[in-house]
Design a protein around this ligand. Sequence first.
Ligand code: DON
Length: 566
Amino acid sequence: MKKISIFSLSLLLIIFSCKPAKERLPAADRPTGLITQQAMVVSAHPLASEAGKQILARGGNAIDAAIATQFALAVVFPYAGNIGGGGFMVIRQADGTTATLDFREKAPLAAHRDMYLDKKGEVIENLSTLGHLAVGVPGSVDGMVRAHKKYGTLPWADLLAPAIELAAKGFPLTEREAAGLNNRAEIFAKTNTVVPRQFIKEWQAGDTLVQTELAATLQRISEQGRDGFYKGETARLLLEEMQRGGGIITQEDLDAYEAKWRAALTGNYRGYKIITMPPPSSGGIALLQLLAMVEPYALAEIGHNTADYAHLLVEAERRAYADRAEYLGDMDYYNVPVKQLLDRSYLLERMQSFDPQHATPSDSISHGRIMVESEQTTHFSIVDTQGNAVAVTTTLNGAFGSKVVVGGAGFFLNNEMDDFSIKPGFPNMFGLIGGEANAIEPGKRMLSSMTPTIVEKNGKLFFVTGTPGGATIITSVFQSVLNVIDFGMGAQEAVNAKRFHHQWKPDMIMMETGTFDEATQAELKARGHKLFDRGKIGRVDAILVLPDSTLEGGADPRGDDAAAGF
Ligand code: DON
């Protein structure tokens, strides 16, 4: 395809173009996901999607289905699905009203700013990522209870039932899951005071994983709601676990935990309305910044994943992530200048230093602890028969979180404390840095990149999206939105498309294998970019409303993800 320089395009100033890129695949060759007429769930695991679908088929709404899917994922996808972690839910009801639920973990009341530093002020290795001190106060159960109270239509116990059955009777492990458990047998044994035998064995694909203790814990949640987790037997087991392992979470922390309803963050991109997550996620603000920074350019003309395209997106990403490091944190504790950060003239000004031919170097710092692992958070998207939509991203942070399983209660605890800036300028496990805005304080929520997002077109539901991937979440969601809006891709095509990522520091473009051909890579290097092949980036699970009002699911082939619907 003929190259059009970004420079000449930028001279044309604001060009809104939605023409498909010239190299688009012919219709017959385009990957297409599951298409259904009425309702759909797309999640990281076929059994979790099925659990949500059954709820939808029984007349439950998207929130009912989200609750069932969340609990099912805690059983069939212990890698990231959870009751011992937290997350965010973005809701768009059929009538257009929106809401978000923040069930992010909080720092325990005994936490303090320097808790991961030694006497010399140096970071103690692994303390914020592995074991009991890494754990934030879990938010998932309180979140689901609150979501149900406000929007649920089916009985609470019905929503827990599929998860309880999957835990009690067991389910067959996929090859990926078997390997995920096998790879960590040693670290599970080492990190836990009570060895979690149910997870440790030479697993093979097809083996049945039974989780009896987890089934009992879920049963308590089913019978007692919030108290089934934050009080009584489950709380007792959790607090005993903390004491045995040197953790600091107390009953007071469990009592104080509260998921919060927050007004959705909304913005506009080429006439589409973007509905996304406010702080303590950094994702919504960064996504809106990125969209505003690239909106003046005719992306479809520039061409998908061309050097000009990558260069433009990367330069916008570099700027957004620099803002993230400085300004973003829990708004309940830190005054995040949201309005200023989203101000169009501010963002255009940020892009004035954009040089179409040369990378703007980020100041050099050490490369940080970049995780080149697969994706350990999980996202699911749901649309119900009424047209209500829910996007949920939920996490334990790292794979199996802190690796701590609550003895006798059978669930993994998160290692979300590492999402705080444990020392100014010190990179977290995703290489992200921060400072004052995201410093540890008792009861504060750690900054997140999770970006569950819903897009509306002409006042109607258009796209539901989100992904795991730590720092790369924001840029993966960004590219999924550009893929459907600027490039006219379907859901599956948009999800499959190769992704790349830049986060300001470390100063490099991370890319999936095969994203750029050799000529494109050479061109990017000539402009001053460093390239780093990360294998895979993200696991986007999305739903697109097609022009005939049917739903197309985009389940990410990078994982075991699956769409289910009717
Ligand atoms: O909230 C966050 O941004 C991180 N705890 C998400 C972690 C994640 O996506 C792990 N997957 N790679």
